[in-house]
Design a protein. Structure first.
Ligand code: ZN
Length: 367
């Protein structure tokens, strides 16, 4: 296989991080250390999962004049949803906060990143979908993941879909990276098992795709290898949710996020994106459904995935593409092949010679 240059020359990592069981108790002091007389108030964006616990944001350090918004996670992030949230923050006078805390899963973390950029750059979220379009640094932001796998806590992007144009693309920018990340494995103890598995596998899948690709970066490869090792520790153990295993997965998620910053995914992600666009499936479960049909392309990864899913007794939705109409077939093909970079990474620039329309559909029909 020819090794290709990723073209990625400069990589920015998270400014600071705090790691360890109980480290979430330090968020309050961290927020207070950012408060100044000119910027006394903070913004807390909290996963709606925590909205049932009364006064939960106060436990993170939220004060009466701070803005607290619970982020809905039924649908993935849209540029329109981000714009609405930014308008609400302007309306409540929270346009120059001391810091923004994003507390939750990938959707909540990505929302915090996008809001941070928009408060200082102005305009609409859709204006910044692409590479290096953010002009000035965003508001200081703190990320606290409550589930492990997507790597959103480490990456320089925030995935959003423009519901008007269908464009699913983040604000890829050095300014999108969190200033401080708090990694506390105790936060993932209550995640439902299936969701814990699907989300954790996102880290594994990113890295097996990157390591099988042609675009390579030596540092990215090292991050990827260790991410895969940690995922094996977790998902090939008897209890993926034991304390030590949840700690392993939180590290895997962070390192996997660092790996993506220097590399590209492969065939799984384009097919998974098509399932998300056409059927509205969430990213992480869609990835697992796709890998389950990819034995020809990733024989070792597939075998290991089957071992993991059986050992952890996790169920995977089936029959997603059982009744495809012509319109759905066309939509699935178009939504898959538009991801040229990852497909080139996996199969070379003539990837359409391998991935013919018929082949693509026969793969979807296995899902
Ligand atoms: Zn992913």
């Amino acid at each position: 296989m020819t090794i290709l240059d990723t073209g990625i020359k400069v990589v920015r990592n998270v400014g600071r991080f705090t790691f360890g069981e109980g480290s979430v108790s330090g968020v309050c002091a961290l927020v207070d250390s950012r408060r100044e007389s000119s910027t006394p108030n903070a913004i807390f964006l909290v996963d709606e999962y925590f909205s049932s616990k009364k006064d939960f944001p106060k436990s993170l350090g939220a004060k009466n004049n701070d803005a607290v918004h619970f982020i809905k996670t039924v649908d993935e992030t849209s540029t329109q949803g981000i714009d609405k949230l930014v308008s609400a923050l302007h309306a409540s006078g929270h346009n120059k906060p001391a810091t923004i805390v994003g507390f939750g899963g990938g959707i909540t973390l990505d929302t915090a990143k996008a809001v941070s950029n928009l408060l200082t750059n102005g305009g609409k979220a859709a204006d910044y979908q692409g590479w290096d379009l953010v002009r000035v640094p965003g508001v200081h932001k703190i990320g606290v993941p409550t589930i492990s796998g997507t790597g959103a806590e480490a990456t320089r992007t925030c995935v959003m879909t423009n519901l008007e144009t269908g464009l699913k693309l983040g604000m890829n920018s050095d300014y999108t990276v969190f200033d401080h990340v708090v990694l506390d494995p105790s936060l993932t103890s209550t995640v439902p098992r299936n969701q814990y598995f699907y989300t954790g596998m996102d880290a594994y899948i990113h890295c097996i795709e990157a390591l099988a690709g042609s675009y390579r970066n030596a540092i990215g490869d090292a991050y990827s290898r260790e991410t895969v090792n940690l995922c094996r520790n977790v998902f090939l153990s008897n209890d993926m949710m034991a304390d030590a295993r949840r700690s392993d997965l939180m590290v895997a998620s962070y390192l996997g996020g660092c790996a993506i910053a220097t590399s590209y995914v492969g065939i799984v992600h384009p097919f998974s994106a098509a399932l998300s666009v056409v059927f509205g499936l969430h990213h992480c479960v869609a990835n697992c459904i796709v890998l389950n049909a990819m034995s020809e392309f990733y024989p070792d990864g597939y075998k290991e995935f089957r071992q993991m899913i059986e050992l952890q007794k996790v169920e995977l939705p089936t029959g997603i593409c059982a009744n495809l109409t012509d319109d759905l077939r066309h939509a699935l093909i178009a939504a898959t092949i538009k991801h040229e970079k990852p497909l080139t990474n996996a199969l070379g620039s003539d990837f359409r010679a391998t991935l013919t329309d018929t082949r693509i559909i026969s793969l979807f029909e296995k899902m």
